[in-house]
Design a protein around this ligand. Structure first.
Ligand code: ATP
Ligand code: MG
Length: 308
Protein backbone atom coordinates (compact mmCIF):
# COMPACT_ATOMS: atom_id res chain seq x y z
CA UNK A 1 0.00 0.00 0.00
CA UNK A 2 1.30 3.44 -0.91
CA UNK A 3 1.24 5.87 1.99
CA UNK A 4 -1.30 8.67 1.78
CA UNK A 5 -0.04 12.24 1.80
CA UNK A 6 -3.53 13.63 2.45
CA UNK A 7 -6.35 11.84 4.28
CA UNK A 8 -9.81 13.20 4.92
CA UNK A 9 -12.20 11.42 7.27
CA UNK A 10 -15.80 12.52 7.58
CA UNK A 11 -14.91 16.08 6.65
CA UNK A 12 -17.75 18.58 6.55
CA UNK A 13 -18.02 22.35 6.20
CA UNK A 14 -21.12 24.32 6.98
CA UNK A 15 -21.60 27.91 5.76
CA UNK A 16 -24.67 29.76 7.08
CA UNK A 17 -26.50 26.54 7.88
CA UNK A 18 -25.76 24.95 4.48
CA UNK A 19 -23.35 22.07 4.03
CA UNK A 20 -20.80 23.00 1.35
CA UNK A 21 -18.83 19.83 2.09
CA UNK A 22 -20.76 16.90 3.48
CA UNK A 23 -18.85 13.97 4.97
CA UNK A 24 -15.92 13.57 2.57
CA UNK A 25 -13.42 10.69 2.89
CA UNK A 26 -10.35 10.81 0.65
CA UNK A 27 -6.87 9.31 0.47
CA UNK A 28 -4.34 10.97 -1.80
CA UNK A 29 -1.49 8.48 -2.42
CA UNK A 30 2.09 9.76 -2.18
CA UNK A 31 3.45 10.71 -5.59
CA UNK A 32 0.06 10.67 -7.31
CA UNK A 33 -1.72 13.36 -9.26
CA UNK A 34 -5.20 13.44 -7.75
CA UNK A 35 -8.05 15.46 -9.30
CA UNK A 36 -11.17 16.86 -7.66
CA UNK A 37 -13.88 17.23 -10.28
CA UNK A 38 -17.44 18.49 -10.01
CA UNK A 39 -19.87 21.20 -11.06
CA UNK A 40 -19.66 24.81 -9.87
CA UNK A 41 -20.37 25.02 -6.15
CA UNK A 42 -19.76 21.29 -5.52
CA UNK A 43 -17.28 22.00 -2.71
CA UNK A 44 -13.89 21.51 -4.41
CA UNK A 45 -12.28 24.82 -3.43
CA UNK A 46 -13.65 24.57 0.10
CA UNK A 47 -12.07 21.12 0.39
CA UNK A 48 -8.69 22.39 -0.87
CA UNK A 49 -8.84 25.37 1.52
CA UNK A 50 -9.43 22.99 4.42
CA UNK A 51 -6.47 20.82 3.37
CA UNK A 52 -4.32 23.95 3.25
CA UNK A 53 -5.62 24.96 6.68
CA UNK A 54 -7.12 28.37 5.77
CA UNK A 55 -10.70 27.15 6.27
CA UNK A 56 -11.56 25.18 9.42
CA UNK A 57 -13.72 22.07 8.96
CA UNK A 58 -17.02 21.99 10.86
CA UNK A 59 -16.51 18.25 11.42
CA UNK A 60 -14.07 15.48 10.60
CA UNK A 61 -10.32 15.16 10.47
CA UNK A 62 -7.73 16.13 7.87
CA UNK A 63 -4.18 14.81 7.99
CA UNK A 64 -1.41 16.02 5.70
CA UNK A 65 1.90 14.11 5.94
CA UNK A 66 0.27 12.40 8.92
CA UNK A 67 -0.12 15.72 10.78
CA UNK A 68 -3.54 16.88 11.97
CA UNK A 69 -4.01 20.18 10.11
CA UNK A 70 -6.33 21.56 12.79
CA UNK A 71 -3.54 21.18 15.38
CA UNK A 72 -0.47 22.21 13.44
CA UNK A 73 -1.23 23.98 10.14
CA UNK A 74 2.16 25.69 10.25
CA UNK A 75 4.13 22.42 10.22
CA UNK A 76 2.16 21.34 7.19
CA UNK A 77 2.32 24.59 5.23
CA UNK A 78 6.10 24.73 4.97
CA UNK A 79 6.00 21.46 2.99
CA UNK A 80 3.11 22.49 0.81
CA UNK A 81 2.63 24.80 -2.20
CA UNK A 82 -0.74 26.23 -3.15
CA UNK A 83 -2.27 28.11 -6.07
CA UNK A 84 -5.81 29.04 -5.09
CA UNK A 85 -8.59 29.90 -7.51
CA UNK A 86 -7.96 33.66 -7.13
CA UNK A 87 -4.43 34.90 -7.77
CA UNK A 88 -2.97 36.78 -4.82
CA UNK A 89 -0.13 38.84 -6.23
CA UNK A 90 1.35 42.22 -5.37
CA UNK A 91 0.05 44.24 -8.30
CA UNK A 92 2.50 47.17 -8.53
CA UNK A 93 5.53 44.86 -8.41
CA UNK A 94 7.16 42.80 -11.16
CA UNK A 95 7.01 38.98 -11.31
CA UNK A 96 10.63 38.88 -10.22
CA UNK A 97 9.96 41.03 -7.13
CA UNK A 98 6.83 39.02 -6.29
CA UNK A 99 8.92 35.84 -6.37
CA UNK A 100 11.68 37.42 -4.25
CA UNK A 101 9.27 38.62 -1.58
CA UNK A 102 7.58 35.23 -1.43
CA UNK A 103 10.97 33.53 -1.19
CA UNK A 104 11.89 35.69 1.80
CA UNK A 105 8.56 34.79 3.38
CA UNK A 106 9.77 31.19 3.13
CA UNK A 107 13.00 32.31 4.85
CA UNK A 108 15.17 31.76 1.78
CA UNK A 109 18.41 33.77 1.77
CA UNK A 110 20.95 34.62 -0.94
CA UNK A 111 22.34 32.99 -3.00
CA UNK A 112 19.64 30.28 -2.83
CA UNK A 113 16.86 32.90 -3.17
CA UNK A 114 18.21 34.25 -6.48
CA UNK A 115 18.84 30.75 -7.74
CA UNK A 116 15.21 29.71 -7.15
CA UNK A 117 13.80 32.93 -8.63
CA UNK A 118 15.85 32.39 -11.79
CA UNK A 119 14.87 28.72 -11.93
CA UNK A 120 11.15 29.47 -11.64
CA UNK A 121 11.25 32.29 -14.19
CA UNK A 122 12.57 29.71 -16.64
CA UNK A 123 10.30 26.88 -15.48
CA UNK A 124 7.11 28.93 -16.03
CA UNK A 125 8.58 30.89 -18.98
CA UNK A 126 8.18 34.28 -17.33
CA UNK A 127 11.47 35.78 -18.40
CA UNK A 128 10.05 37.87 -21.26
CA UNK A 129 7.89 39.73 -18.69
CA UNK A 130 10.26 39.67 -15.71
CA UNK A 131 10.16 43.44 -15.11
CA UNK A 132 6.53 44.27 -16.01
CA UNK A 133 4.26 45.29 -13.09
CA UNK A 134 1.85 42.43 -12.36
CA UNK A 135 -1.17 44.68 -12.92
CA UNK A 136 -0.12 45.08 -16.57
CA UNK A 137 0.28 41.35 -17.18
CA UNK A 138 -2.34 39.34 -19.05
CA UNK A 139 -4.45 36.90 -17.04
CA UNK A 140 -2.45 33.95 -18.33
CA UNK A 141 0.88 35.42 -17.22
CA UNK A 142 -0.57 36.22 -13.78
CA UNK A 143 -1.69 32.60 -13.50
CA UNK A 144 1.75 31.34 -14.44
CA UNK A 145 3.33 33.63 -11.86
CA UNK A 146 0.92 32.34 -9.18
CA UNK A 147 1.95 28.78 -9.99
CA UNK A 148 5.64 29.77 -9.91
CA UNK A 149 5.07 31.27 -6.43
CA UNK A 150 3.54 28.03 -5.18
CA UNK A 151 6.74 26.19 -6.18
CA UNK A 152 9.08 28.59 -4.35
CA UNK A 153 9.55 26.29 -1.34
CA UNK A 154 9.94 23.14 -3.47
CA UNK A 155 6.77 21.65 -1.98
CA UNK A 156 6.26 17.94 -1.42
CA UNK A 157 2.53 18.50 -1.94
CA UNK A 158 1.29 20.94 -4.57
CA UNK A 159 -2.32 22.12 -4.47
CA UNK A 160 -3.62 23.70 -7.68
CA UNK A 161 -7.16 25.09 -7.87
CA UNK A 162 -8.06 25.32 -11.58
CA UNK A 163 -4.44 25.93 -12.64
CA UNK A 164 -5.10 26.19 -16.37
CA UNK A 165 -8.36 28.15 -16.48
CA UNK A 166 -7.83 31.06 -18.86
CA UNK A 167 -4.56 29.78 -20.30
CA UNK A 168 -4.09 29.51 -24.05
CA UNK A 169 -3.72 25.97 -25.48
CA UNK A 170 0.05 26.18 -25.91
CA UNK A 171 0.57 27.35 -22.33
CA UNK A 172 -1.81 24.69 -21.03
CA UNK A 173 0.24 22.02 -22.78
CA UNK A 174 3.47 23.50 -21.39
CA UNK A 175 1.99 23.53 -17.90
CA UNK A 176 0.87 19.90 -18.20
CA UNK A 177 4.46 19.00 -19.06
CA UNK A 178 5.67 20.92 -15.98
CA UNK A 179 3.15 19.16 -13.75
CA UNK A 180 4.33 15.80 -15.06
CA UNK A 181 7.97 16.78 -14.43
CA UNK A 182 7.14 17.71 -10.85
CA UNK A 183 5.32 14.42 -10.37
CA UNK A 184 8.28 12.51 -11.82
CA UNK A 185 10.46 14.19 -9.18
CA UNK A 186 8.16 12.80 -6.49
CA UNK A 187 5.81 15.74 -5.85
CA UNK A 188 2.24 14.78 -4.92
CA UNK A 189 -0.31 16.92 -6.76
CA UNK A 190 -3.88 17.67 -5.73
CA UNK A 191 -5.75 19.72 -8.29
CA UNK A 192 -9.18 20.77 -9.47
CA UNK A 193 -10.16 21.32 -13.06
CA UNK A 194 -13.25 21.76 -15.22
CA UNK A 195 -11.35 20.40 -18.22
CA UNK A 196 -12.03 16.68 -18.41
CA UNK A 197 -9.32 16.15 -21.05
CA UNK A 198 -6.86 17.69 -18.60
CA UNK A 199 -8.00 15.40 -15.78
CA UNK A 200 -7.80 12.37 -18.03
CA UNK A 201 -4.26 13.26 -19.14
CA UNK A 202 -2.82 14.25 -15.78
CA UNK A 203 -4.65 12.44 -13.01
CA UNK A 204 -3.94 8.95 -11.70
CA UNK A 205 -7.12 9.19 -9.66
CA UNK A 206 -10.10 11.52 -9.58
CA UNK A 207 -12.94 12.11 -7.15
CA UNK A 208 -16.16 13.43 -8.64
CA UNK A 209 -17.92 15.82 -6.24
CA UNK A 210 -21.60 16.70 -6.35
CA UNK A 211 -23.29 18.85 -3.71
CA UNK A 212 -20.46 18.47 -1.23
CA UNK A 213 -20.17 14.70 -1.45
CA UNK A 214 -17.84 12.38 -3.33
CA UNK A 215 -20.12 10.59 -5.77
CA UNK A 216 -17.45 8.39 -7.33
CA UNK A 217 -13.71 7.90 -7.09
CA UNK A 218 -11.04 5.98 -9.00
CA UNK A 219 -8.75 6.17 -11.99
CA UNK A 220 -10.34 7.80 -15.07
CA UNK A 221 -10.33 4.36 -16.74
CA UNK A 222 -12.03 2.74 -13.71
CA UNK A 223 -14.74 5.37 -13.69
CA UNK A 224 -15.46 4.89 -17.39
CA UNK A 225 -15.75 1.13 -16.89
CA UNK A 226 -17.82 1.46 -13.71
CA UNK A 227 -20.34 4.03 -14.94
CA UNK A 228 -20.45 3.61 -18.73
CA UNK A 229 -18.55 1.43 -21.22
CA UNK A 230 -15.41 1.61 -23.33
CA UNK A 231 -16.97 2.94 -26.53
CA UNK A 232 -19.53 5.58 -27.35
CA UNK A 233 -21.77 5.52 -30.39
CA UNK A 234 -23.03 9.02 -31.07
CA UNK A 235 -25.70 9.73 -33.64
CA UNK A 236 -28.66 11.88 -34.50
CA UNK A 237 -32.03 10.18 -34.38
CA UNK A 238 -35.52 10.63 -33.00
CA UNK A 239 -36.95 8.60 -30.14
CA UNK A 240 -38.88 6.19 -32.37
CA UNK A 241 -35.71 5.33 -34.31
CA UNK A 242 -33.85 4.99 -31.01
CA UNK A 243 -36.41 2.45 -29.81
CA UNK A 244 -36.04 0.44 -33.04
CA UNK A 245 -32.25 0.60 -32.84
CA UNK A 246 -32.01 -0.59 -29.27
CA UNK A 247 -35.03 -2.93 -29.32
CA UNK A 248 -33.09 -6.10 -28.48
CA UNK A 249 -29.78 -4.76 -27.20
CA UNK A 250 -30.49 -5.56 -23.56
CA UNK A 251 -29.48 -3.07 -20.88
CA UNK A 252 -27.36 -0.28 -22.24
CA UNK A 253 -26.35 3.05 -20.81
CA UNK A 254 -27.43 5.93 -22.99
CA UNK A 255 -27.85 9.67 -22.87
CA UNK A 256 -29.90 12.00 -25.00
CA UNK A 257 -29.28 15.70 -25.60
CA UNK A 258 -32.02 16.97 -27.93
CA UNK A 259 -31.76 15.03 -31.17
CA UNK A 260 -28.31 13.69 -30.32
CA UNK A 261 -28.14 10.21 -28.79
CA UNK A 262 -25.12 8.65 -27.12
CA UNK A 263 -25.03 4.93 -26.45
CA UNK A 264 -22.25 3.42 -24.34
CA UNK A 265 -21.13 -0.10 -25.30
CA UNK A 266 -18.00 -2.20 -24.94
CA UNK A 267 -17.92 -2.92 -28.67
CA UNK A 268 -19.86 -0.55 -30.90
CA UNK A 269 -19.27 -2.39 -34.19
CA UNK A 270 -22.48 -4.47 -34.27
CA UNK A 271 -24.61 -1.54 -33.15
CA UNK A 272 -23.07 0.61 -35.85
CA UNK A 273 -24.04 -2.03 -38.41
CA UNK A 274 -27.63 -1.80 -37.25
CA UNK A 275 -27.50 1.98 -37.57
CA UNK A 276 -26.42 1.64 -41.19
CA UNK A 277 -29.32 -0.74 -41.86
CA UNK A 278 -31.86 1.63 -40.32
CA UNK A 279 -33.41 4.77 -41.83
CA UNK A 280 -33.90 7.97 -39.86
CA UNK A 281 -30.45 8.25 -38.36
CA UNK A 282 -27.61 10.62 -39.21
CA UNK A 283 -23.92 11.14 -38.64
CA UNK A 284 -23.06 8.12 -36.53
CA UNK A 285 -19.64 8.34 -34.88
CA UNK A 286 -17.87 5.76 -32.74
CA UNK A 287 -15.31 7.13 -30.29
CA UNK A 288 -13.69 6.06 -27.01
CA UNK A 289 -15.80 6.99 -23.99
CA UNK A 290 -14.12 9.80 -22.07
CA UNK A 291 -14.21 11.37 -18.64
CA UNK A 292 -16.57 14.08 -19.84
CA UNK A 293 -19.21 11.42 -20.56
CA UNK A 294 -18.69 10.05 -17.04
CA UNK A 295 -18.85 13.51 -15.50
CA UNK A 296 -22.20 14.17 -17.19
CA UNK A 297 -23.48 10.73 -16.25
CA UNK A 298 -22.64 11.26 -12.59
CA UNK A 299 -23.41 14.91 -12.07
CA UNK A 300 -25.44 16.30 -14.89
CA UNK A 301 -27.61 15.21 -17.69
CA UNK A 302 -30.15 12.56 -16.91
CA UNK A 303 -29.07 9.08 -17.81
CA UNK A 304 -31.36 6.09 -18.15
CA UNK A 305 -31.13 2.38 -18.65
CA UNK A 306 -32.28 1.34 -22.11
CA UNK A 307 -35.11 -1.12 -21.80
CA UNK A 308 -36.00 -3.96 -24.06
N1 ATP B 1 -16.81 31.84 2.60
C1 ATP B 1 -17.99 31.33 2.23
N2 ATP B 1 -19.13 31.75 2.82
C2 ATP B 1 -20.34 31.22 2.48
N3 ATP B 1 -20.50 30.27 1.54
C3 ATP B 1 -19.39 29.82 0.91
C4 ATP B 1 -18.09 30.32 1.22
N4 ATP B 1 -17.20 29.67 0.46
C5 ATP B 1 -17.90 28.81 -0.31
N5 ATP B 1 -19.22 28.88 -0.04
C6 ATP B 1 -20.30 28.07 -0.65
O1 ATP B 1 -19.90 26.72 -0.57
C7 ATP B 1 -20.31 26.01 -1.74
C8 ATP B 1 -19.10 25.32 -2.36
O2 ATP B 1 -18.23 26.31 -2.88
P1 ATP B 1 -16.82 25.97 -3.51
O3 ATP B 1 -16.15 27.27 -3.79
O4 ATP B 1 -16.12 25.00 -2.62
O5 ATP B 1 -17.23 25.23 -4.86
P2 ATP B 1 -16.34 24.73 -6.07
O6 ATP B 1 -16.63 23.28 -6.22
O7 ATP B 1 -14.94 25.14 -5.88
O8 ATP B 1 -17.00 25.48 -7.30
P3 ATP B 1 -16.33 26.17 -8.64
O9 ATP B 1 -16.21 25.04 -9.63
O10 ATP B 1 -17.36 27.15 -9.06
O11 ATP B 1 -15.03 26.79 -8.25
C9 ATP B 1 -20.97 27.03 -2.65
O12 ATP B 1 -22.36 26.93 -2.48
C10 ATP B 1 -20.45 28.35 -2.13
O13 ATP B 1 -21.37 29.37 -2.37
MG1 MG C 1 -13.67 26.36 -6.89
Amino acid sequence: MTASVVTLRGVAKCFDGRLAVDGVNLDVPAGSCFGLLGPNGAGKTTTLRMVYGVTQPSAGEIRVFGVDVARDARAVRSRLGVTLQENSLIEPLSPEDNLRIFGRYHLLAEPELSRRVEELMDFLELRSHAGVPVRNLSGGFQRRLSIAMSLMNRPELLILDEPTTGLDPAVRQALWARIRELQAEGTTILLTTHYMDEAERLCDRVAVFAEGRVESEGSPRDLIARHLAAETLELECDEATEAALLSDSGELRKMRAGNRLMVYVDDAASLLERVHGLGGTARPVVRPTNLEDVFLAITGTRIEEAEE
